[in-house]
Structures are given as structure tokens and as C-alpha cells.
Design a protein around this ligand. Structure first.
Ligand code: FE2
Ligand code: FE2
Length: 161
């Protein structure tokens, strides 16, 4: 994290969500490998800040961070075929948006981030640059999280030979 201000902002927004919404429940659900949804969305937030800062983008950082933290606020175990909705990949952005709107009032940028973060799986591309940044950050982080689990598994298998 290069910019102290962005990290501080992230901590304030996270604390606010933890205290006023069901956000902490995301700790109970696994996203990729052994990374919880809670850890995943924090990773995505850091990555989104990193991308915006390194490209010197003029973004609304509060909306970027809030949208990144809430982009996977679907609140169920997507690995469990009995409880997850059909086509999780396609529907979870809409479910996350509904959950967030029950507890918070979102601006257009935050809504766009949550709704479009699965682009190109979504019909329409992101409208705001903040949503493009989170879409990219999510893909980079998801790959890293999945890869690191595969790596750990390989190390384990290697150790048993
Ligand atoms: Fe997602
Ligand atoms: Fe995600």
C-alpha cells in the first residue's frame, strides 16, 4: 500500500460495515481455496487501490473501496449445491446488490461496481472507471487466491512423496 490515506480510508469504511451491517458474516463463507469472502473482498479493495494509484486515476476512492468491499456480499456458501442459487456466477452480483441495499444507501458508482464486477459475464459493461478497476482487481485477486491454494496442495503432495 503506497498511500497511507487510502489504507486509512479502507480501515474506516471496513469498521463502519462491520459495525452496522451483516458484513462480518462473510467470514463464514469460503470464496477461493481457503480464502474467506471477507478476506477476498479486502484483498480486492487493496488491489483496486493499488491499480488506481499506480495508473494515477482520478477516482472516487470512497466509492471504489465501498463497492470493492461489497461486490461479493451474497451471504451464502456458493460451494454448497443445496443452498446456492442456480448459476451463482451469473446471479450473485444481483444478490449482493440487493443485500447491500437492504442495509445501506448506495451511490451509482457503488451500484455499478457490484452489478458489473463479473463483466464480461454480465450483459452490460461497467459504466464508471471505478467499476472497471474493481472488475480487473477481482480477476487478478481470484487468480492469485486460487493459484496459491493449488501451490500449497502441490507442496503437500510433494512432501508426502
Ligand atoms: Fe463475485
Ligand atoms: Fe470477487
Amino acid at each position: 500500500m503506497k498511500n497511507y490515506n487510502s489504507e486509512r480510508r479502507l480501515k474506516i469504511i471496513l469498521k463502519n460495515l462491520n459495525e452496522n451491517t451483516r458484513f462480518l458474516e462473510t467470514k463464514n463463507f469460503i470464496q477461493h481455496g481457503d480464502t474467506s469472502v471477507y478476506e477476498h473482498v479486502i484483498n480486492v479493495s487493496y488491489m483496486a487501490i493499488e491499480i488506481a494509484e499506480s495508473l494515477n486515476l482520478n477516482v472516487d476512492y470512497d466509492s471504489l473501496i465501498r463497492g470493492a468491499l461489497l461486490h461479493d456480499y451474497f451471504l451464502y456458501d456458493w460451494h454448497d449445491k443445496k443452498t446456492r442459487p442456480m448459476l451463482h456466477g451469473f446471479y450473485h452480483p444481483g444478490i449482493a446488490l440487493l443485500n447491500a441495499k437492504k442495509e445501506l444507501s448506495l451511490n451509482e458508482i457503488e451500484e455499478d461496481i457490484i452489478k458489473k464486477h463479473m463483466f464480461p459475464l454480465t450483459l452490460f459493461p461497467p459504466k464508471y472507471k471505478e467499476a472497471w478497476v474493481v472488475t480487473l482487481a477481482d480477476k487478478i485477486v481470484a487468480t492469485k487466491e486460487t493459484k496459491s491454494t493449488i501451490f500449497r496442495k502441490k507442496v503437500k503432495v510433494g512432501a508426502n512423496i
